[in-house]
Structures are given as structure tokens and as C-alpha cells.
Design a protein around this ligand. Structure first.
Ligand code: AMP
Ligand code: GLY
Length: 423
């Protein structure tokens, strides 16, 4: 099968790596092309199969798919979904994994997601959507500290500020409003978080193994929110009853309601939840695979990713068995560039001295190949990902990998998956 993967971050490197594993079962059954070219993806599929095409340009993507005789397009990041790349490809009879623009609003607008949850009575934080600072002030006064202030639009995981300082909360709200966004002010929810990625063809919904992401930049969940500094899977407290609840009371109703509204959701419905004392509540939906959750979830996938995504893209997921996962655990530790999540320094050479080990994979995000050298090219640079018989074993191997990687100003958390999983 000829597959085009849109995007070139850590998530896409993990997707391509996993698709190509299917060649071990059926040699040459999968050939992958990509838009963009981080050094890891180039190493996997070759520079000739990486195209320097803007992932948010629907007509350029369509032209590329036509030129390459593509049978399946997988859209990794949110921006191409919101730009309508899936819409144009579907209108031209392509099988696409990733929702159309209208369904991707579930991620692109927090206010839209709140409205869906309200209609379906899905448990979530109480919230007000505010257009000006007076409304923000009224909402923060009602909820009290800690304050949760969200940019309504897409912000790569960095649009949310959770703070006990009212001034910090108001400053963030002011900045969002000044940039032309609405602001969602939410009640603070306390509890452990879990990400449940659900693969759907708009009818059948299959959950993948649950993962936990580390959103804050520093150890002990301190500092600013990021796109994600690490992840592990599975999450031991997330039991079968909770999974059933997420499928039957959250994911399926959302997919059905979007269908009724003529906005079929085909792709990954990412449910981000908090386990509060009053039960699981949704904090966010995404319209795509999570990053770095994908790196751990796909490392544990045992069944074929190609078959799963193709079945979903072609509307035949009910004829496909539910995905199966290896026992044990997976851990990913992100190495970020100096300055992340604010302005970062790029262009630094990365020394990678890892001896080959099938249980340890370095997924590239913001990297590029320049005259044979791998250099930093973005905020999150690498996700060092290991699998093991337990989360503790995977964690030990992941951190061994981290110790063998070096670039100027590199930063990572040292507490990813610490004390997680049963021994
Ligand atoms: P979001 O982009 O909506 O997922 O928010 C990013 C992160 O901010 C979440 O993963 C949580 O860690 C935190 N967060 C968001 N909403 C809330 C909330 N209502 N209560 C507590 N923490 C939150
Ligand atoms: N890791 C969070 C996300 O992908 O949105």
C-alpha cells in the first residue's frame, strides 16, 4: 500500500515507524511518503520520499497524492485538519485518516467542544466563554483560585495557563483577547490525567491503550504547559469499567452527534480526561493522535497499524478486529531545546550514540539533517521511547537512552513515569 503521511514531528515518526513494521509480516506491502523531513523520518524512508510541501495547503497535498498514486493519507497534526486537507482529499475519493474541517472543530475551538459536551451531558469542568476582560474577571471571581484560562483556538498545548495568581491569569486572558481569540475560563479540576485515543470510522470506535502525558516543563509538574514532555502507557488505575465509560458515554455519543450534524469524524478522537473525586471528566478533545502519547501507545501495538487505519479511513472498521497490545509498558522522555516552551535555540548538533536495541527507539520531532549532521530544528527535539516487561523496566531503558544523547541546552524531565505502574 502506498501511504502519504502529513506532518513530520515525533508523532509522525512513530506512525511511520509502526506502519513499516507491517513489512516484516508481508515484505514490501507498505511504502510510505511524507511531507516534511525530520532527520528520523529521512533515515526511515529516504530523502527522496520526503516532500517539502506545506502540510496546510490542501491543493498542494492533493497534487502530491495524485502524483504518487497514494491509497491512504494519514494526517498527523491538527493544523492540516483545520485547514481542510481531509475535505479536499475525500472530495477527490481518497481514503483519509483524519477528520474533515467541521469535525476537527472539536479541537480547534474549546467553546465548540464545550457546547457538544453540554448537549450530550458529558462530565467536564464548568466553563464560561469570554469575549472581553470584564467577562473574564466575572468568571474568575465566580470560580476562585486556582484559575484555569484557555485560549479558545489552537495553541499547540501552550494556550492554557493554570495559576493561583489572579494577575497571571488576567494577563494571559488579555494576551489572548489582544491576539483576537476568545477566552475560556474554567473551574479547576484536581486529579490524575489520562489520554484515551479512540480510532473511529464515524461508526465503530476502538480505544487504544490508555496513556498519561506530562504537560508541564519541569519535574514535579512545575512551570509552563508544553505540548508534552513525556508519556507512559498503560495507566494502571484506568480500568476496564473506566474504559467502557469513556467509549459508551463520551466517544460514541460525540461521534454520533457529529454524524447527525453532517460532520462525520474519521480518525482519532483523543479524549483527555481528569480522574476527579466525582469521577472522570473531560478536559479536552483533540482530533488526532497525541504527541508524545502516540510514541508509547504505538510502541505497544501488536496488531497491524496499516490495516487499522485503512479500515477506519474506508469506513470498514467493524470488519477489523480491535487492536491488540503487548503486555508490559512503554515510556517516552522528551528532550527539548533550550528555551522551550518559549522561544527556542535551533541549529545545534545532536550527538546520538545509542547502540541498536529493538526496545529503544529515538523518535525525532524538531530535527533536521544537514550535511550528514543531525541538528535541532524545533522546540521538542527527540522522544526517547522504550518498551519493557514493566513500566519500571521501560523507564530505566528510556533514561539510559537519554544519557546517550547530547545537544547544547538540552532539557528533559527526570520524573517521567516515576513510581508508575505496578512493580
Ligand atoms: P488542555 O490544552 O485543555 O488539555 O489543557 C492543558 C493542560 O492544562 C491539561 O492537560 C491540564 O494539565 C491542565 N488543565 C486544563 N484544564 C484544566 C482544569 N479545568 N483543571 C485543572 N487543570 C486543567
Ligand atoms: N500531548 C498532548 C497532545 O498531543 O495534545
Amino acid at each position: 500500500m502506498q501511504i502519504l503521511v502529513i506532518g513530520s514531528g515525533g508523532r509522525e515518526h512513530a506512525i511511520i515507524h509502526t506502519l513499516l513494521k507491517d513489512n516484516a509480516l508481508k515484505p514490501n506491502s507498505v511504502r510510505v511518503f511524507a511531507t516534511g523531513a525530520n532527520a528520523g523520518i529521512v533515515e526511515l524512508i529516504g530523502a527522496a520520499n520526503c516532500f517539502d510541501i506545506e502540510p496546510t495547503n490542501p491543493s498542494a497535498i492533493l497534487a502530491l497524492a495524485n502524483q504518487l498514486d497514494i491509497e491512504l493519507v494519514i494526517i498527523g497534526p491538527e493544523a492540516p485538519l483545520v485547514a481542510g486537507v481531509a475535505d479536499l482529499l475525500r472530495a477527490n475519493n481518497y481514503s483519509v485518516f483524519g477528520p474533515n474541517q467541521a469535525a476537527a472543530q472539536i479541537e480547534a475551538s474549546k467553546a465548540f467542544a464545550k457546547e457538544l459536551m453540554h448537549e450530550l451531558k458529558i462530565p467536564t469542568a464548568k466553563a464560561f466563554t469570554c469575549n472581553d476582560l470584564d467577562q473574564v474577571q466575572a468568571a474568575t471571581a465566580q470560580f476562585g483560585a486556582p484559575y484555569v484560562i484557555k485560549d479558545d483556538g489552537l495553541a499547540a498545548g501552550k494556550g492554557v495557563v493554570v495559576t493561583t495568581e489572579l494577575q497571571t491569569a488576567l494577563d494571559h486572558a488579555k494576551a489572548c483577547i489582544a491576539a483576537g481569540s476568545k477566552v475560556v475560563v474554567e473551574e479547576f479540576l484536581a486529579g490524575e490525567e489520562v489520554s484515551v485515543l479512540c480510532v473511529t470510522d464515524g461508526k465503530t470506535v476502538y480505544p487504544l491503550v490508555a496513556a498519561q502525558d506530562y504537560k508541564r516543563i519541569f519535574d514535579g509538574d512545575q512551570g509552563a504547559n508544553t505540548g508534552g514532555m513525556g508519556a507512559y502507557a498503560p495507566v494502571d488505575w484506568f480500568d476496564a469499567a473506566m474504559q467502557q465509560f469513556v467509549i459508551s458515554k463520551i466517544a460514541k455519543p460525540v461521534v454520533e452527534l457529529l454524524n447527525q450534524r453532517g460532520a462525520a469524524f474519521i480518525g482519532v478522537l483523543y479524549c483527555g480526561l481528569i480522574n476527579t473525586t466525582a469521577g472522570l471528566k473531560v478536559i479536552e478533545f483533540n482530533a488526532r493522535f497525541g504527541d508524545p502519547e502516540t510514541q508509547v501507545v504505538l510502541s505497544l501495538l501488536q496488531s497491524s497499524l496499516t490495516e487499522l487505519l485503512y479500515a477506519a479511513a474506508s469506513g470498514n472498521l467493524d470488519q477489523q478486529p480491535a487492536p491488540s497490545f503487548k503486555p508490559g509498558g512503554a515510556v517516552a522522555v522528551v528532550l527539548a531545546a533550550a528555551g522551550y516552551p518559549q522561544t527556542v535555540h535551533t541549529g545545534d548538533e545532536i550527538a546520538i550514540e545509542i547502540s541498536p536495541n529493538p526496545d529503544l527507539v529515538v523518535f525525532h520531532a524538531g530535527t533536521k539533517l544537514e550535511n550528514g549532521a543531525v541538528r535541532t530544528a524545533g522546540g521538542r527535539v527527540l522522544a526517547v521511547t522504550a518498551v519493557g516487561a514493566s513500566i519500571a523496566a521501560a523507564r530505566a531503558l528510556a533514561y539510559q537512552g537519554v544519557a546517550q544523547l547530547r545537544f547544547a541546552g538540552s532539557q528533559h524531565r527526570s520524573d517521567i513515569a516515576k513510581d508508575k505502574g505496578s512493580a
